[in-house]
Design a protein around this ligand. Structure first.
Ligand code: LMR
Length: 333
């Protein structure tokens, strides 16, 4: 038995370069933290379908949803080590890599709508941010959207004072940390897979996320009041291990690039509707109350969170903020 195992290891080690491709499909592991039934989950499955079709089965994509393989913090490390090949983390999660600039995208009420967001990511802002990843052995393939965040607790959150003293789960961005502090709450970074239980047991009182995540993670069952505030945007960077990607046979890579471009268009085309449907399902469940801000209430949130903009300069740097301001035709102090 031992001999057999050793022989197996030797065979695996001495395979000539390139021969692995001739022997069987190239396995591409795509890991993410959300459910299959979300824009990102559906996007990953669309990529699998197209990648396998366009490469005539020479590539097999294994999709691992729901943090099955890795939790938030571990997944980027795993990508760098090559134990997974594709991820689509939210851009709030790059700071542990030493890249804080993506957090500029988390500024409150930054993007007016999905069109504005999409244009920014396809333009200089998106490209500039992707270049930051290269030094870390990571390449960006595209940006996927998941719409705008709502926020919730076991009491209505209508004016900034309602947040006073609430422990709010955030996903990683220090910009989110800042704007929740601006309105008097106490943010806490926590892995996505732990949020439901933390809300249920009272480890945290509140959170923010998009309708599709509230629905599929059942957050709405453990939060009595959800404010459809749409105060910040949730976007993903689809990333690959550069060494793996660049080492693929060029014809295969061309097909995978094509599959990814189409999967990106697909994901971004369904995200708004997916989130609208999720919100309707949450409402139908009767398990939570949805609140909508009046204009005055929204203005009060915006004013209270405004100091985050100034603070952001020290956190993410002026270069990215200036690029974003130029793209969106806004003033950033
Ligand atoms: C979160 O941690 O809340 C999000 O990043 C989850 C997601 O949509 O990837």
């Amino acid at each position: 038995m031992r001999k057999l195992i050793l022989a197996g290891i030797a065979a695996a080690v001495f395979v000539a370069p390139g021969a692995a491709f001739a022997q069987g499909p190239i396995i591409v592991k795509f890991s993410h933290v959300v459910a299959n039934d979300t824009p990102k989950g559906k996007g990953a499955l669309k990529f699998k379908e197209l990648a396998e079709k366009y490469t005539d089965g020479k590539v097999k994509v294994e999709v691992y949803p729901n943090s099955q393989l890795f939790k938030d913090k571990e997944e980027i490390e795993a990508l760098q080590l090559g134990s997974v090949q594709i991820l689509a983390p939210s851009t709030a999660k790059f700071a542990p890599l030493g890249i804080k600039e993506f957090e500029a995208l988390d500024l409150p009420w930054l993007f007016k709508d999905e069109e504005t967001y999409d244009k920014a990511m396809k333009g200089p802002v998106g490209k500039w941010l992707f270049q930051k990843l290269e030094a870390k052995g990571i390449s960006g393939l595209g940006y996927w959207t998941n719409g705008f965040h709502m926020t919730s607790a076991n009491r209505p959150l209508l004016i900034p004072a309602d947040f006073q003293g609430l422990k709010v789960r955030i996903s990683g961005s220090k910009i989110a940390d800042r704007y929740f502090r601006d309105i008097g709450s106490i943010p806490q970074i926590m892995a996505f897979s732990e949020v439901y239980q933390a809300l249920q047991t009272g480890v945290v009182d509140a959170c923010e996320n998009t309708p599709s995540n509230y629905l599929t993670q059942k957050f709405y069952e453990v939060q009595k009041d959800i404010t459809v505030s749409y105060h910040a945007h949730l976007q993903y960077a689809v990333i690959v291990n550069s060494k793996f990607w660049n080492g693929l046979p060029p014809d295969i890579r061309t097909q995978l690039d094509k599959a990814m471009a189409e999967a990106t268009d697909f994901t971004n085309s369904i995200a708004v509707k997916e989130n609208e449907d999720a919100l309707a399902d949450i409402k139908k469940s009767g398990k939570t109350t949805l609140h909508y801000l009046t204009d005055d209430q929204r203005k009060a949130w915006q004013a209270a969170m405004q100091p985050t903009y100034k603070w952001a300069r020290g956190r993410v740097g002026g270069e990215v903020l200036d690029l974003v301001a130029k793209e969106l035709h806004i003033e950033m102090n």
